[in-house]
Design a protein around this ligand. Structure first.
Ligand code: NAP
Length: 475
């Protein structure tokens, strides 16, 4: 089905720029070319940083920033279907999920607008010490400087929104590098931002070789912060290479969920079937490891597996599709290898484990040893494991048995059990009686351990893009 994504230029200093070179973007489902986009190199990246720095020399007042952000939310609403179809076409995300992402981006911009208006420092109680008596002091929240933003393919609109909206709310200009596989959603958003009268230079968008553009963002001292969502391999290296910048990382997870026998098992089965396979598991908080108290194990399996088998595989642009393709053939092969490794080691494939055409069937694996990749690494595919446990101690040890720590979940009707899990699960977020895939855009979302070092959500991200300036006045 047609989308408007066909040929896009880069946005640098308020101009739509051709570079003479193009990158083709292909549908992960059909392999057809969705469109092409002008390809940037390091000179374009430097010009983008120049433009961002120049823009910040004439600061935008908070009320203007808030008005622009609200207008973008409005444009996203008016062009909602086009935006959703762009996401679906380039990322292979089923339309149902793409529409949710488009709506969430409206929410992200709306919350960021609120933050722009609220941004304020603190009064310091100076007479609280003898040294301070007779002085008035307060802090201002100042924009940190030019922000570099690097985003992944899996939420090509809303994860871009989570970077550029709070940066702008904080008064920072942005140089954005979206994923090469999914640049159109970001470029469409850039168009909506210019339609919302964002002045030139405040947002610059570059598509092209990641390391070339990344190197400019790392090496140019005018870029004071880099906000990155993607794999740990890339993210932690950026942090090592730029110790003087604020490098804010949102990385992967191998998301666990604990199901106690006192939970509502039908409700649990429904929520987990929906959240282990949405966007073919390519969400950093896709349900991946399900641990079930032994007394409820057989019943949960018997309720869960038929719901997984009832999911509809197919064309992401088809209204009925629940599960579409993985982003590329390499990812599909890798996930199949991980399934095969588990099977060879004695795990049992309860459903799936094979292809339907080019699509990987939703796969549920039992008896997977904890050291297998499917049990402790991030699968990023339509695969989950399910295993029984005897005590809550065992369940928590299994859930924590990963280098990741983004979100985890527990289903139980016992408040004390829930709070014990909250206390002991080593994750940035613990979700009770909902799938750990849950995210609303105002939440402080982020991980510990290998999953990152920050919290996103406009109210939290805006802090990362500002610095306190202390003002002391002798009275
Ligand atoms: P990725 O390969 O790390 O790519 C992410 C971004 O980094 C892309 O824009 C990519 O550009 C860029 N990049 C790659 N190499 C780079 C380099 N040397 N310097 C600068 N930038 C570079 O990750 P992905 O496969 O797109 O995304 C999947 C990962 O993201 C998963 O691990 C997932 O869990 C994680 N994720 C985390 C969150 C969260 O909020 N915590 C949310 C979503 C996804 P190119 O596309 O041009 O290669």
């Amino acid at each position: 089905m047609a989308t408007t994504a066909s040929e896009k230029k880069l946005l640098i200093a308020g101009e739509w720029v051709e570079t003479g070179d193009w990158v083709d973007v292909r549908s992960p489902y059909s392999g057809e070319v969705v469109g092409r986009v002008a390809k940037a190199g390091s000179d374009d990246a430097r010009r983008a940083v120049d433009a961002a720095e120049a823009a910040m020399r004439e600061p935008l007042p908070a009320h203007k920033r808030a008005e622009i952000l609200v207008r973008v939310a409005g444009h996203l609403g008016r062009r909602h279907e086009e935006v959703a179809r762009t996401i679906a076409a380039e990322a292979g995300k089923p339309l149902k999920a793409a529409r949710v992402e488009a709506s969430r981006a409206m929410s992200t911009f709306t919350f960021a607008a609120v933050e722009a208006r609220k941004l304020a420092g603190d009064m310091i109680p100076m007479d609280a010490s003898q040294a301070g008596a007779g002085k008035l002091a307060f802090t201002q929240r100042r924009p940190i400087g030019v922000v570099g933003a690097i985003s992944p393919f899996n939420f090509p609109l809303n994860l871009v929104a989570h970077k550029i909206a709070p940066a702008l709310a904080a008064g920072c200009a942005v140089v954005l590098k979206p994923a090469s596989q999914t640049p159109f959603s970001a470029l469409l958003l850039a168009e909506l931002m210019t339609d919302a009268e964002l002045p030139p230079g405040w947002l610059n968008v570059l598509v092209g070789p990641a390391s070339e553009i990344g190197d400019v963002l790392v090496e140019d001292e005018r870029v004071r912060a880099i906000t990155f969502t993607g794999s740990g391999e890339v993210g932690w290296k950026l942090a090592e290479r730029a110790p003087r910048k604020r490098i804010k990382l949102e990385l992967g997870n191998a998301t666990p969920v604990i199901v106690e026998a006192d939970a509502d098992l039908e409700d649990v089965a429904t929520r987990l079937a929906a959240n282990a396979f949405s966007f073919a598991g390519q969400s950093c908080i896709s349900v991946q490891r399900i641990y079930v108290q032994r007394a409820a194990y057989d019943e949960l399996v018997s309720r869960f597996v038929p719901k997984v088998e009832a999911l509809t595989l197919g064309d992401p642009l088809d209204e009925a599709t629940d599960v579409g393709p993985l982003i590329d053939a390499g990812s599909r092969e890798r996930v199949l290898e991980w399934i095969e490794e588990a099977r060879t080691a004695g795990a049992v494939i309860l459903t799936g484990g094979s292809l339907e055409g080019e699509l990987l069937r939703p796969t549920v694996i039992a008896n997977a040893a904890p050291e297998l990749k499917v049990s402790c690494e991030e699968v990023f595919g339509p695969v989950c494991t399910i295993a029984p446990y005897d005590t809550l101690d065992d369940a928590i040890a299994l859930a924590n048995g990963t280098r990741y720590g983004l979100q985890a979940g527990i289903f139980t009707s016992n408040l004390r059990t829930a709070l014990e899990a909250v206390e002991r699960l080593e994750f940035g977020g613990v979700i009770v009686n909902e799938a750990p895939t849950f995210r609303a855009d105002q939440m402080p979302y982020g991980g510990v351990k290998d999953s990152g070092n920050t919290r996103e959500g406009p109210a939290y991200a805006v802090r990362e893009f500002t610095e306190d300036r202390l003002v002391v006045i002798d009275l």
